[in-house]
Design a protein around this ligand. Structure first.
Ligand code: 8IG
Length: 277
């Protein structure tokens, strides 16, 4: 149930997987759906996809689900939606991402990932808005994430938990996405801590070490998703060219506008990919 006194994940002695199991039980009870098949986290620009995937059977305020938010702290409430696709699959849409830069710790960041795994989902589609480094890209373009470099300095894994990250972003699912849109390019996602955007020197560093996309969310989530046994598909919407690649200053307004302009196209792409999963 929702907590009014604080978030159970903020208790260092609590087990984050037990809290995720409690959250999954909340979702089963509130949606009437015992198991979900696919989970989808919607980042900047991707929000409209949920309307195109199928019939939304239930929308839940995140505050109703264990661990999802601490009402005293969050200014806005995200929602979780349960969708029934034409093929009869159950999709859980997470509209409430917690970012690392919010400062609530990595357990809070990956709670949605652990929760969807506990609902029974086998596939996790992670989407985000991000900066582009490849010169052939332009704002408004969706790209697949092929791999990542975690520059956050943190990890969702605790203790001596050695997890293989080979093929973290499933080749099978990337190939499937390209059957829907053969023009999809892909790149390596570099997660910076944020919330400031990079300096041009940091973007040059990211490029030098093999990065193509700069963002603030998805690498930590993908690590937790792999730990939970989920098969992962990652999409970035390039909302801006990274600092120094574009010559004008980065602005949050520009990011919002690029997301809004691209939304119809990328939402229908994402819905078609989810329909093919
Ligand atoms: I939207 O240029 C968006 N998110 N780190 N850099 C980083 N995150 C981002 C950017 C960007 N654009």
């Amino acid at each position: 149930m929702s907590d009014t006194i604080g978030n159970p994940l903020d208790d260092p002695s609590a087990d984050p997987f037990e809290i995720a199991a409690a959250a999954a039980a909340d979702i089963a009870r509130l949606t009437g759906v015992e198991r979900h098949d696919i989970a989808l986290t919607l980042g900047s620009g991707w929000g409209k996809a949920a309307d195109l995937i199928g019939e939304t059977t239930v929308t839940i305020p995140a505050t109703e689900v264990t661990g999802f938010s601490s009402p005293a702290l969050e200014g806005h409430v995200g929602t979780l939606r349960s969708i029934l696709t034409p093929k009869g699959r159950r999709v859980l849409v997470i509209g409430a991402r917690t970012h690392y830069y919010e400062g609530h710790g990595v357990r809070r960041v990956v709670h949605s990932v652990r929760t969807v795994a506990a609902t029974g989902a086998r596939t996790m589609v992670l989407t985000n808005g991000a900066g582009g480094i490849k010169h052939t890209w332009s704002p408004g373009q969706p790209v697949l994430i092929s791999d990542h470099i975690n520059l956050s300095g943190d990890s969702p894994l605790e203790g001596a938990t050695f997890i293989d990250l080979t093929d973290l972003y499933s080749i099978r699912l990337r190939d499937l996405a390209r059957t829907i849109d053969p023009s999809l390019d892909e790149g390596v996602y570099c997660q910076f801590r944020g919330p400031q955007y990079e300096t041009p020197a940091e973007v040059r560093m990211a490029k030098t070490i093999g990065g193509h996309i700069v963002g603030m969310s998805t690498a930590l989530e993908a690590i937790a998703a792999r730990q939970a046994g989920l098969e992962i598909l990652g999409f970035s919407l390039i909302t801006n060219m990274a600092a120094g690649i574009q010559t004008t200053p980065l602005s949050h307004q520009e990011v919002i506008e690029a997301g809004r302009d691209a939304e119809p196209v990328i939402s229908s792409l994402l819905a078609r990919v989810v329909g093919a999963l």
